[in-house]
Design a binder for this molecule. Structure first.
Ligand code: IVH
Length: 692
């Protein structure tokens, strides 16, 4: 996890590095448009520190190593107590070494730590006088900061009034959640402004902007509570004596948002091992958090330990930031590819100048649709901020507008389908080839034959290509009328493979309706939605008879999705008729159709009284024992047969997480939220009657 150090070879390179770092830090703190991403900045500063260690007599006065990081802003409101920065560690070893040096300083091993997410925003001090928010100040150079009280009403989690009329200063981080960032850029570009490169820049720019024609919300997380000169003496003494974790409880009781409200709440740890375990848990939760974190802050929790350790001019000695690898890098958008999917959707994908993010080389990033490209004001050749966390597909956050040279070119949208040349249906945000699923027949048939749909063994993509090229199949239903002679006529098709394929195709006719529906590839419905629709309506006839209102009875289908599903099913009517004629099953075993009158929305046609009734279950890690051979899809089918609801993400609504070997972040999140966990064996016992 160690961030490599930038190599500085001589005094000139050192001077240049200091200049670059100072410029980047100033931009970072002022308007949020640093030309360096965080990782590059960290490497540069480490390189500067390494060179300074070798040449202590040549340290330049404005080196970023010697003062509060980035403290370049001239502030006009003095802080009552300096707003310090934090020193960093990048690995467990570095943390352990730091903890040992802290133990020497305080005279004993620290046995009460506070471990919290390091929120990736901007530090602010919020002054409350008799419970009312009176002033909001940025960190500035640490001794004085800028008055940004004008932003007060726009920051969620920072109340105008505390729940008690106390005078205190709340310190914490202002940031934008991912959703707030996207909203902010949409509003900003809508007003003719240039987009912000990432949520942190957006929060910095928004916090400092005065007379804007619009306001956009931000979020606050408190991480400090301290007295002001006019704080009641008893309260001031109490604030000075309380452990950090108790101060956080007090802040939350006063109505201030803290990490306690998140999936990665601050926790107390009793040893270095517990600290490191919690660091791993928070790191595993990172990709799923709705806001950015760039590390974990570890603090000696007890006031006594903090006092004994004291502070340096730049950072306290009792706290450290355990930095996580950067999830954002700046690179260039070279090209936009337009790919046609199995349903005929034409999806743009950004081709990037290869960039390494957290050990993986990223060359592509998702772009959602043409409207999204326009909203983000993306251009070819742009420097773009790319985000990649965990296993999530990398995404372009925004262009880095201030790095534009003027040579960037507009992104050209296709005028005809890039695959077959047909016209494009642009009536919805996601563009689609007018040939629909016939445009990319090979993709749509391969998907239909896949393991989680009709499960036709022996019908891989190569075979599908052969069938399509030979003109033997023009749609899904044609598969079911293939003859032995037709198949034998194909290259590399012997008697055995032909018979096996025919048997597999014949067996596929008996698949449950949910899988047939999924194989049809109705847009907006994947595997789990197809199961819900099939279980709710029980037969294809019922599904086809449903109008948009009836369709909305199915959980997860709202006013937007319902009409498009109904329309698409109407479009598929000839194909469905053909499948029925070929003898394909159109009923869902075990499901009973809804009663037409007073149907109870939300309750579905799942097994009444099954062991999982009312439960939402998430499966993660490798299954074993009786469940070993089940794919995720089959696990989800099992959950639903047993009366439960399957879900792929852990949230407060989850009731049970089945965690096998190598379960990662989902298990950690379940533990963080206190959700019941089961091993695959325990779960198999619970649902034994429903295993097929
Ligand atoms: S404690 C005296 N706790 O990280 C202790 N800081 O890189 C100073 N930050 O200036 C801060 N999350 O802006 C603390 N849970 C957290 C934090 C946090 C983010 C920021 C803060 C600080 C910077 C240092």
């Amino acid at each position: 996890m160690t961030t490599p150090v930038a190599q500085i070879v001589d005094a000139a390179a050192y001077a240049q590095a200091v200049e670059d770092a100072v410029r980047a830090a100033a931009a970072y703190y002022e308007g949020g448009t640093s030309p360096l991403d965080d990782d590059t900045y960290d490497r540069l500063v480490r390189g500067i520190a390494a060179w300074e260690a070798e040449h202590p007599d040549e340290v330049l006065p404005d080196s970023p190593t010697g003062k509060v990081a980035g403290g370049a802003v001239e502030g006009d409101v003095p802080h009552t107590v300096a707003m310090l920065s934090l020193d960093n560690v990048f690995s467990a070893e570095e943390f352990t070494a730091w903890a040992a040096s802290l133990a020497r300083r305080v005279g004993h091993e620290v046995d009460q730590w506070s471990v919290e997410a390091k929120l990736d925003g901007l530090a602010v001090a919020a002054r409350y006088t008799r419970g009312r928010l009176t002033r909001l100040i940025t960190r500035g150079d640490g001794t004085a900061g800028e008055d940004v009280s004008h932003a007060a009403g726009t920051i969620e989690g920072l109340p105008e009034n505390l729940s008690e009329p106390v005078s205190v200063e709340v310190r914490g981080e202002v940031l934008m959640t991912t959703a707030q960032f996207e909203h902010a850029n949409e509003v900003r570009t809508g007003h003719g402004g240039q987009p912000f490169a990432n949520p942190r820049n957006a929060a910095a720019g928004t916090l400092r902007a005065k007379d804007r024609a619009y306001t956009v919300p931000m979020t606050f997380f408190g991480y400090g509570l301290l007295p002001l000169p006019d704080t009641d003496t008893a309260l001031a003494a109490r604030l000075g004596d309380l452990a950090h974790s108790d101060l956080m409880v007090m802040a939350a009781d006063l109505g201030v948002n803290t990490t306690a409200s998140t999936a990665a709440p601050g926790r107390v740890a009793r040893s270095s091992e517990q600290v490191l375990a919690r660091v791993q848990e928070i790191a595993a939760l990172r990709a799923q958090l709705p806001f950015g974190i760039d590390g974990i802050v570890i603090k000696a929790d007890l006031a006594a330990d903090q006092h004994t350790a004291g502070s340096g001019s730049r950072a306290p000695r009792w706290a450290i930031a355990y930095k996580l690898p950067a999830v954002e890098k700046i690179t260039r958008l070279l090209e936009v590819e337009w790919n046609v999917g199995r349903t005929g959707i034409i999806a743009p994908r950004g081709v990037l100048e290869p960039v390494e993010i957290d050990g993986a080389t990223i060359t592509y990033a998702t772009l959602h649709n043409p409207a999204d490209i326009t909203r983000r004001d993306l251009r070819l050749g742009d420097h773009v901020m790319v985000h990649r966390a965990g296993d999530v597909i990398p995404r372009i956050e925004a262009p880095v507008a201030h790095l534009r040279t003027g040579d960037e070119q507009p992104i050209v949208f296709p005028e005809a389908c890039p695959r077959c040349g047909s016209a494009i249906d642009t009536s919805q945000e996601r563009w689609r080839c007018e040939q629909g699923r016939n445009c990319h027949l090979v993709a749509s048939l391969s998907y239909a034959a896949g393991r989680d749909q009709l499960d036709i063994e022996g019908l891989g993509a190569t075979r599908v290509v052969q069938l399509v090229e030979a003109g033997l199949v023009a749609d899904l239903a044609d598969l079911f009328t293939l003859t032995r002679e037709q198949l034998l006529g194909l290259d590399r098709m012997g008697e055995t493979s032909t018979d096996n394929l025919l048997t597999a195709i014949s067996a596929a006719k008996a698949q449950p309706l949910s899988r047939v529906l999924c194989a049809l590839g109705v847009r907006g419905t994947g595997r789990s939605m197809s199961r819900r629709i099939a279980r709710w309506f029980a037969t294809m006839d019922n599904i086809r008879a449903a109008d948009a209102t009836a369709m909305q009875q199915v959980e997860g289908i709202g006013t937007e999705k319902a009409p498009s599903i109904v329309a698409e099913l109407a479009e598929l009517a000839p194909l469905i008729d053909k499948l029925v004629a070929a003898g394909v099953n159109m009923t869902e075993p075990g499901a009973t159709p809804p009663s037409p009158v007073g149907a109870d929305a939300g309750s579905d046609a799942n097994a009444e009284g099954g062991p999982l009734t009312g439960m939402t279950v998430v499966v993660t890690g490798a299954m074993s024992g009786p469940l070993e051979k089940l794919s995720r899809n089959q696990m989800n089918e099992l959950i639903e047969r047993a009366g439960g609801r399957s879900s792929s993400s852990v949230s407060k609504k989850t009731t049970l997480v089945v965690a096998g070997e190598n379960a990662g972040s989902k298990r950690a999140k379940a533990e963080a939220l206190g959700i019941r966990l089961a091993t695959p064996d325990e779960f198999a016992t619970l649902v034994a009657d429903y295993l097929l």
